[in-house]
Design a protein around this ligand. Structure first.
Ligand code: PMV
Length: 304
């Protein structure tokens, strides 16, 4: 076959971002917003998306270019054309870089018959993110590869949830590195207080696992709201996120919180189907871009 199309999902943190940096538990979930990569055998290298068409280009396409160089270490090939389309907002806590990395890795793995299994794809994806970002947790690439609702660090897959997920994007870029170092600085100055908050966030994930298993949506929502309060306490919330979070809560969200590093980027709400459009409208009126999606059990996959 001279062409393979693969897609990989984005993710949200149901609980536990930031605390996971300190070894605490977190629950991270694949959502059905996908990046799709079509890899076609070609004479040279072409990378194409709405961002533009180039040859290997570490400025415009750092993740995809590094994937190509990584695959070149496994197998020699004449060249490849990669066509990329994505539903995932870029750089906003939904795992866009992991999804493009994993979808490209798997499309090239299958096209050039490198025989990598999913564990290897997830591991290489993490290596590539670390190389580009300086430091990266393995969570995004693992969840994008495997799909599902995953208890971190144990990598235990939990039963999927059937409620709707509404993502609200503030449109404001925030640097994960800066927010992680903000929490670290706060912890240096107030160690006991921060350790206690981070441990409580970890406990929310441990409790959360039980309620996810029972699909106890109301309690999951309550725990999400508590987690959000604690994220606010450690200084990673902001006014834009808060407006969207309260817009969701005022329109019958089951629970709502930021996802990822915070300081901008995205929040999400869980919702019953009957409240989805009201919540999405509320988020839009509060100044965000809303995206309605679902949890997904499917990680990286071949598309027709
Ligand atoms: O904003 P994101 O999607 O890169 O998520 C960051 C999550 C943190 O826990 C804040 C950092 C990490 O590496 O786990």
């Amino acid at each position: 076959m001279s062409s393979i199309k693969c897609s990989a999902p984005g993710k949200i943190y149901l609980f536990g971002e930031h605390a996971v940096v300190y070894g605490k538990n977190a629950i991270c979930c694949a959502v059905d917003l996908r990046t799709t990569v079509t890899a076609t055998v070609n004479d040279g290298i072409i990378i194409n998306s709405l961002q533009g068409e180039t040859a290997l280009d570490h400025t415009l396409y750092p993740y995809v270019s590094t994937v190509i160089e990584t695959i070149e270490k496994f197998i020699s090939f004449p060249g490849v054309k990669l066509d990329i389309i994505s539903d995932i907002p870029v750089g906003s806590g939904i795992g866009s870089s992991a999804a493009v990395t994993i979808a490209t890795l798997q499309a090239m793995n299958l096209l050039f018959k490198c025989k990598m299994d999913l564990e290897t794809i997830a591991h290489l994806g993490h290596t590539i993110e670390t190389k580009i970002q300086g430091a990266a947790s393995p969570t995004d690439t693992y969840v994008s590869t495997m799909g599902g609702i995953i208890m971190i660090p144990a990598k235990r897959k939990l039963p999927t949830l059937d409620c709707k997920v509404i993502i609200g994007n503030t449109g404001k870029f925030a640097s994960t590195k800066e927010l992680v170092s903000h929490v670290s600085m706060l912890r240096n100055n107030h160690t006991d207080i921060l350790d206690s908050i981070l441990s409580t966030i970890g406990e929310l994930s441990i409790d959360g696992e039980q309620f996810v298993s029972k699909k106890a949506y109301k309690t999951i929502g309550t725990l999400m709201d508590i987690n959000q309060g604690l994220l606010d306490a450690i200084g990673v919330n902001n006014q834009e996120l808060n407006s969207l979070i309260y817009a969701a809560r005022n329109n019958n969200a089951i629970g709502s919180k930021l996802t990822g590093a915070g300081g901008g980027g995205c929040m999400f709400a869980l919702a019953e189907s009957k409240h989805v459009h009201k919540i999405a409208d509320g988020i839009t009126k509060a100044g965000g871009e809303s995206i309605i999606t679902n949890f997904t059990n499917e990680g990286v996959r071949i598309e027709d």
